[in-house]
Design a protein around this ligand. Structure first.
Ligand code: PLP
Length: 408
């Protein structure tokens, strides 16, 4: 951290607070520039980014290959709408389908839109292929889920902050405890079209399900004729050390829901990928998006897929992530009560007697590390996959000092 020679932060924070709806509670840092795993604020202070846009920045800020792809596309064509084809569209769908090992891709923009797409496709598949009576489809989801912010998606959230006061709620969802296969088996009946799950729950605090859970869900879905829809929006595309978090158990869902890192931190890009027996149920006019699959989005996402096809981001997440987890494990019992996660992804429970997650993130910010709390005393760490072992050491040292200074 270099000493601030200006004070642009306070007025910039005040202006933002005055003119925006308070649907977020950001840390008082005003970022002006970023590169790789580092951001610089308006006063010239540098911070290690340990949030990475909630995994939208898996490849770091302004990755040269991704910026080059965007620049090149900006000079050619940026939007056609889906009324016409463009020369990035076929290659993007082809390359993403191959990355996922699926037949078909349906591109959207935000994660929530991709989840909505998965819900619509699952329901139509249920009526047209499975033979569920019209209007009766049910989808089984897990408690503690986070799948986005639309009225339908918050209808099956179990987080009062996300859900309360936004009803009436969309019916057709059954919530079961995360990690409990018996409860899921009991919730599935003849009306069930899909099980929708995060293979690791991000927003809930990086909750890793018990070993064998995903394998069990897969077997259950196959046995009962139900689609397994994996929301890999936050867990996918390298974060956990594999291309998909489901890969850890060698599990292949019927549908992948992707977003965040697919846009390389440059543009919002989301998609679902599935077999033609599933995505093939859609007909023209039934679903779409003005911006979904636009040329700029496709060009950037193709560069993202090319990075993933090298296997390098996944390998780094595995290797550097192991170091992160070994450093954090040393702090359990010394200010931390638990650490969870996989790859470069960790949910860190701070002893609530010491401080809240919010206080921890503020104190880390003062030491040049940006991270964000989620639910009470949990901090989520998800640095860009380009982070180095030395940088992880610096972040772990900062956490150690913050805990020590609070009496741990
Ligand atoms: C972020 C997230 C979403 C929603 O994505 P948006 O782009 O914010 O709409 C959905 N599911 C999971 C698992 C997420 O982490």
């Amino acid at each position: 951290m270099t000493a601030a020679v200006t004070n642009r932060t306070a007025p910039a924070v005040a202006e933002a607070e005055r003119w925006t709806a308070h649907n977020y509670h950001p840390l008082p840092v005003v970022i002006a520039e970023a590169e790789g795993a580092w951001v610089t604020d308006v006063d010239g202070r540098r911070y290690l980014d340990c949030l990475a846009g909630y995994s939208a920045l898996n490849f770091g800020h302004r990755h040269p290959a991704l910026v080059a792809a965007a620049r090149e596309q900006l000079d050619r064509v940026t939007l056609t709408s889906r009324a016409f084809l463009h020369d990035q569209f076929g290659p993007f769908c082809h390359e993403l389908a191959q990355l996922c090992g699926k037949d078909l891709v349906l591109p959207m923009n935000t994660g929530a839109e991709a989840v909505e797409t998965a819900i619509k496709v699952s329901r139509k598949w249920g009526y047209k292929v499975k033979g569920v009576p019209d209007g009766r489809a049910t989808i089984v989801v897990a408690d503690g889920n986070f799948h986005g912010r639309t009225t339908t998606i918050v209808s099956f959230s179990t987080d009062p902050e996300a859900r309360a006061d936004f009803g009436p709620y969309t019916p057709g969802f059954r919530v079961v405890p995360y990690g409990d296969l018996d409860a899921m088996a009991a919730a599935i009946d003849d009306t069930t079209v899909a099980v929708l799950l995060e293979p690791i729950q991000g927003e809930a605090g990086v909750l890793v399900p018990p070993a064998g859970y995903l394998t069990g869900v897969r077997a259950l879905c196959t046995e009962r004729g139900v689609l397994f829809v994996a929301d890999e929006i936050q867990s996918g595309l390298g974060r956990t050390g594999d291309t998909f978090a489901c890969d850890h158990e060698g599990v292949v869902p019927d549908m992948y829901v992707l977003g965040k890192a697919l846009g390389g931190g440059i543009v919002p890009v989301s998609a679902v990928a599935a077999g033609s027996d599933v995505l093939g149920v859609l007909r023209p006019g039934e679903h779409g998006s003005t911006f979904g699959g636009n040329p700029l989005a496709c060009a950037v996402a193709r560069a993202v897929i090319a990075l993933l096809n090298t296997g390098e981001p996944q390998a780094r997440a595995k290797e550097v992530g192991a170091h992160l987890h070994s450093r954090l494990a040393d702090l359990v019992g010394h200010g931390l009560t638990a650490v969870r996660g996989r790859g470069l992804w960790a949910g860190v429970d701070i002893d609530p007697a010491l401080m809240t997650g919010r206080a921890a993130s503020e104190r880390l910010m003062a030491r040049g590390v940006l991270a964000k709390d989620t639910h009470g005393s949990t901090l989520r760490l998800a640095p860009p996959l380009v982070v180095t072992v030395d940088e992880i050491d610096a972040a772990a040292d900062a956490i150690t000092e913050v805990l020590k200074n609070s009496g741990a």
